[in-house]
Ligand binder design. Structure first.
Ligand code: PLP
Length: 404
């Protein structure tokens, strides 16, 4: 379909939740390069919002998915054993704090399951704890309960009344969290780097204080690693940077390398709260999704991609910090590994910068606080990062000279 026809048809038949999309349709990809329907090539620094950690056409991933499809089975149901599901659960438990895993289909759904697990954990004890504390500027997904957890007015306002049991608390303030906790609180849920609201990392001290507070109160710490997981920050999961262990962790985005999948990871103690029938999913952890997850884990560990994510992440962060030092239009360079944000001064909107970069052949995104948002695949090369930095440098220099 011709791009104009596609755009016109989409405007007619698709619900208008994405507004005016960028006028591009990608049709092929290889490595960190995307090609659009008009034959233009782009370096991708957005990875489909942190999903495509392996980039495009990663050979072993493609082979393994084709092999799964060629068995004739994409799905059976969870009434039977599903070998790739069990293998992926083993890989995730071997590499993390977790003893058990449950697979869902998305980040929001994994988070919902984590909240159900926390409530059930205290229900089993005969406790009245059910409230979840979540933080301002967080993002936990789009289901009704996760909109209640996502403490941003713009997401909550049209959907009231929201499900009860979520208390939104000032972010980064341990005393505010302590004040908000009461005898009905069952868990704290947080991202370690708030992605959607502007790539805002929490100081290690705060993360450790949250862990200590959860221990003191005997409540669960749920870490939402939907975006920070799967090598994004240079470790499999970001909690590893902080010297803490959560009780429950959620993953999604990059876990399937592009095939939808979410996961709840938990300690034995927390996971044992679920008994048969308490939770479930038709699709969750099916053959296709978990074969994809296994292929991602194998690429990270057996093919050196985790190491590469760490190296390229460090390189990207250092280049961005150099750039920030040289350009008054950049307020701050933030982030960890392959999760980076450049907060711009109000004279240049992140949206305008992302659009200019797209015209120059670089796919990026935006986040809150006027932030250019970068989530490149781990297969990106130093030369590709350099090309991006040079282009960004030129755009900023030009904009700065036009402003003076
Ligand atoms: C993207 C995201 C979600 C929601 O994931 P979906 O798969 O879109 O439901 C939840 N939490 C965080 C931190 C995210 O970045």
């Amino acid at each position: 379909m011709d791009l104009n026809a596609l755009m016109e048809l989409d405007r007619k038949v698709y619900m208008n939740t994405f507004g005016q999309r960028l006028p591009v349709a990608f049709v092929a990809g290889e490595g960190a390069t995307l090609t659009d329907s008009e034959g233009n090539r782009y370096i991708d620094l957005f990875g489909g919002i942190a999903v495509n950690i392996l980039g495009y056409g990663y050979p072993s991933y493609t082979r393994k998915l084709i092999a799964q499809i060629e068995t004739g089975i994409l799905h059976t149901s969870n009434l039977y054993y599903v070998e790739p599901q069990t293998r992926l659960a083993r890989m995730l438990t071997e590499r993390t704090f977790a003893d058990r895993v449950f697979f869902a289909n998305s980040g929001a759904e994994a988070n919902e399951g984590a909240v159900k697990l926390a409530r059930k954990y205290f229900f089993n004890k005969g406790s009245k704890r059910y409230k979840v504390l979540s933080l301002h500027d967080s993002f936990h997904g789009r289901t009704l309960a996760m909109v209640a957890a996502t403490a941003q007015a713009k997401y909550q306002k049209p959907y009231s009344p929201l499900p009860a049991g979520f208390v939104n608390v000032e972010a980064g303030d341990i005393e505010a969290l302590r004040q908000a906790a009461d005898e009905e609180t069952c868990a704290v849920m947080l991202e370690l780097i708030q992605g959607e609201s502007g790539v805002l990392p929490f100081p290690a001290e705060y993360v450790n204080q949250v862990r200590a507070l959860c221990d003191e109160l005997g409540i669960l710490m749920i870490v939402d690693e939907v975006q920070t997981g799967m090598g994004r920050t240079g470790k499999l999961f970001a909690y590893e940077h902080y010297g803490i262990k959560p009780d429950v962790l959620t993953a999604a985005k990059a876990l399937g390398g592009g095939v939808p999948i979410g996961a709840i990871l938990a300690t034995e103690k927390a996971a044992s709260a679920f008994s048969p029938g308490d939770h479930g999913s038709t699709f969750g952890g099916n053959h296709l999704a978990t074969a994809a997850g296994c292929a991602v884990m194998e690429a990270l560990y057996d093919e050196g991609l985790l190491q590469r994510a760490s190296e390229m992440g460090a390189y990207l962060q250092s280049r961005l910090r150099q750039l920030a030092a040289a350009h008054p239009l950049i307020k701050e360079a933030r982030g960890l590994g392959l999760m980076a944000g450049l907060e711009l001064s109000p004279a240049f909107t992140a949206k305008a910068l992302a659009e200019e970069l797209l015209r120059k052949g670089f796919v990026t995104g935006t986040a809150g606080h006027n932030t250019l948002r970068l989530l490149p695949p781990a297969v990106i090369t130093a030369a590709e990062i350099d090309r991006f930095i040079d282009s960004l440098d030129a755009i900023l220099t030009q904009k700065e000279s036009s402003l003076t």
